[in-house]
Design a protein around this ligand. Structure first.
Ligand code: ADP
Ligand code: MG
Length: 687
């Protein structure tokens, strides 16, 4: 039988039976049996055939069908990792990278970091020359192109979770299309849960006129093949709320308790938006356990979000003990990236946290926004993996039908493009507008980004990367404003302090969650608080941590997140190495905090704000676009309200809040970026 109609790039449907319930195996042979039960196993030969004969293969299949964990193994078994070549599989999320790599290593019975490894930013768990299957974030793969533009060490690149349309995935797809022209031997697999397979296929379709010529070279078919893995889930009964809920967090908690009371066994998966509300829900649910005694003590409540320590991640995948009911409270990472066995109930808040950038105000932040219908369907599907399930939507049916948008907006179209542009430029792509985007970014966002890059001295009048600054910034795997801050620290003699600050800013938060013990927490914070602001406070905390001998006890006492601090130490070490590579000496300014603040401004002058003294309630306005902003309550400058500040990032809830704020002298702004302020301000800064 023909596997596929090559000319049409047609769709192959092979229905597969639902995968049966599986207890997580221990021995290797039981894992082997589990592998064979996955829907994708039926398509093993088809996958290998298509990959052999087509430059690009698109694999569409339901979450949990085995795409991520199995396909790389099939490819390895078929010899694609022989002769020192590597099979790459990208994920948009770091946590997913770590988790699937660990799983695949376990299935193959090898130590993680040897035949199977992973790379995420600041963490490389691979063994060059030994690693055959490498999981990595799409962002890291784009970065690898700077050293190896044609990605020559890879025989196959599987771009996974393509439906997520992350900024880096979109960049990667455009870049891979270019690489493919130069490397006919390279195979690309694009895989996802739901996808506009046709549009993806059109994107990779190279015009016929080149086909005849390629045929002579015995090159693979340039037309993408599409393979559909029909992992048939069980029916999921959908329940809606009758009236809109005002507090989805409380509603989610109530729903979990209701399910637990009324419904037969089966784990519960709750979709909330981020660490804050997830931690709050965990507290509420475990609080119930204590309050009501034995009835709820059989709930095993677990959070799931990126940044979760390894040990806690593993609990998520451990089978639920007998007599217990697992409740996993997750961000949208459990929507398609990770599959949890045993889930029979899904509680969907209807929200997720997404990046949004407004090029007019030049404000990018993480906002809680309604999900799309496509996401809602994915979430519901998680309830029907092993048995018929139920999904409780915390929004009305009318809302779902009439107001929810059918698809999400690609991240490309709602992001600040500064990093993306630097990376493309570092890869020699100067005409960014002419780049082969799968969906074009907004021109306003592009212009804004170019303007910022110019003011940071990263690009010149011709929009080319400056030397050395622009090229050095491109080498540092951090936000360009942070990279610029680090490079400028060299001029102020405070690289040591600034890379510490950069490391702290790279972890989510070094404080532990504060609910319930507000007073003690505030006292702890005061112990480290510096009048200059949060960045200097970080230096005090870092010093304290080192002096304590990196003690977890010390962290506990001071409401500091021990895992985050260990990560900080680790990232700092890597930044040290990077500085060495860039030929920059790491020097301390010996508590000259003015130098530190000036270095911060060199990167973040665009985030300067001025206190509106008449406002009485601590309102600031950004110098740039006169946006109203406020100091976040977590900042040591909350209620202190210095006249002039520079912030690191904004979070928006009811207002725009500045997180990580430092007090400055306004004259430093014009010093750091005269052109920026003078060009934009008809009347220069009002002193
Ligand atoms: P897909 O990529 O198609 O969504 P995966 O390859 O991620 O599917 O998952 C296939 C199966 O492997 C799922 O049934 C899932 O439960 C199981 N699995 C994946 N990761 C783990 C893990 N860390 N621990 C236990 N089981 C896992
Ligand atoms: Mg997957």
């Amino acid at each position: 039988t023909r596997l596929i109609d090559d000319d049409e790039g047609g769709v192959l449907f092979v229905p597969a039976p639902p995968s049966s319930s599986s207890s997580s195996g221990f021995g290797h042979s039981s894992l082997e049996r589990q592998r064979k039960r996955l829907p994708v196993y039926k398509h093993r030969d088809a996958v290998l055939y298509l990959v052999e004969h087509h430059s690009t293969t698109i694999v569409v299949g339901e979450t949990g069908s085995g795409k991520t964990t199995q396909i790389p193994q099939y490819l390895k078994e078929a010899g694609w990792a022989e002769g020192g070549r590597v099979i790459a599989c990208t994920q948009p999320r770091r946590l997913a990278v770590q988790s699937v790599a660990a799983r695949v290593a376990e299935e193959m019975g090898v130590k993680l970091g040897e035949e199977v490894g992973y790379t995420i930013r600041f963490e490389d768990v691979t063994n060059p020359g030994v690693t055959m299957i490498k999981f990595l974030t799409d962002g890291v793969l784009v970065r690898e192109m700077m050293d190896d533009p044609l990605l020559t060490k890879y025989s196959i690149i599987m771009v996974d979770e393509a439906h997520e349309r992350s900024l880096s995935t979109d960049m990667l797809l455009g870049l891979l299309k270019k690489i493919q022209r130069r490397r006919p031997d390279l195979r690309i697999i694009i895989s996802s849960a739901t996808i506009e397979a046709k549009s993806m296929s059109n994107f990779f379709n190279i015009r016929r006129k080149s086909l005849a010529q390629d045929a002579e070279d015995c090159a693979p078919n340039k037309q993408p093949a599409i393979l559909s893995v029909e992992g048939k889930g069980y029916a999921v009964e959908i329940h809606y709320v009758e009236e809109p809920v005002s507090d989805y967090l409380q509603a989610a908690v109530d729903t979990v308790l209701l399910i637990h009371e009324k419904e037969p066994p089966g784990d519960i998966l709750v979709f909330l938006t981020g660490q804050d509300d997830i931690d709050a829900a965990v507290k509420l649910l475990t609080g119930h356990g204590q309050q009501y005694g034995s009835h709820y003590s059989d709930l095993l409540v677990l959070p799931l979000y990126s940044g979760l320590p390894r040990g806690e991640q593993d609990l998520i995948f451990t089978p639920t003990p007998k007599g217990k009911r697992k409740v996993v409270i997750s961000t949208n990472i459990a929507e398609t990236s990770l599959t949890l066995e045993g889930v029979a109930y899904v509680v969907d808040s209807g929200f997720s946290k997404q990046r949004f950038y407004n090029p007019i105000s030049d404000i990018e932040n993480l906002v809680v926004v309604p999900i799309s219908k496509a996401s809602a369907r994915q979430r519901a599907g998680r309830a029907g993996r092993v048995q018929p399930g139920k999904c409780y939507r915390l929004y009305t049916e009318e809302y779902y039908l009439k107001e929810m948008s059918p698809e999400g907006i690609p991240e490309m179209q709602r992001s600040n493009l500064v990093s993306c542009i630097i990376q493309l430029k570092a890869l020699g792509i100067d005409n960014i507008l002419g780049f082969d985007w799968i969906a074009s970014p907004a021109p306003e966002a592009m212009i804004r980004a170019l303007e910022i890059l110019y003011s940071l001295g990263i690009i010149d009048e011709d929009a080319k990367l400056t030397s050395p600054t622009g090229f050095q910034v491109a080498e540092i795997p951090l936000d360009p404003m942070i990279s610029k801050m680090i490079l400028s620290a060299n001029d102020f003699g405070c690289t040591e302090e600034i890379i510490t600050i950069a490391a702290v800013l790279s972890v989510q938060s070094i404080w532990v969650s504060i609910r319930g013990v507000k007073k003690e927490f505030d006292e702890a914070k005061l112990r480290f608080a510096a009048a200059e602001g949060d960045h200097v406070t970080f230096l005090n905390i870092y010093r304290g941590f080192l002096q304590s001998g990196k003690s977890s006890q010390w962290c506990y006492k001071n409401f500091i997140n021990y895992h985050a601090m260990k990560k900080v130490v680790d990232i700092k070490e890597q930044l040290h190495n990077l500085m060495r590579r860039l030929g920059i000496a790491v020097k301390s300014c010996d508590r000259d905090m003015q130098a530190v603040r000036k270095a911060i401004i060199a990167g973040f002058f665009a985030h300067a704000c001025h206190l509106e003294e008449y406002s009485q309630n601590g309102m600031y306005k950004t110098i740039r676009s006169s946006q109203e902003v406020y100091i976040h309550p977590s900042s040591v400058l909350f209620r202190v309200n210095p006249k002039w500040v520079v912030y690191h990032s904004l979070v928006s809830t009811d207002k725009h809040y500045m997180r990580n704020v430092i007090a400055i002298d306004p004259s430093w702004l014009t010093e750091a970026a005269p052109h920026f302020y003078q060009l934009r301000q008809p009347n220069p800064i009002p002193y």
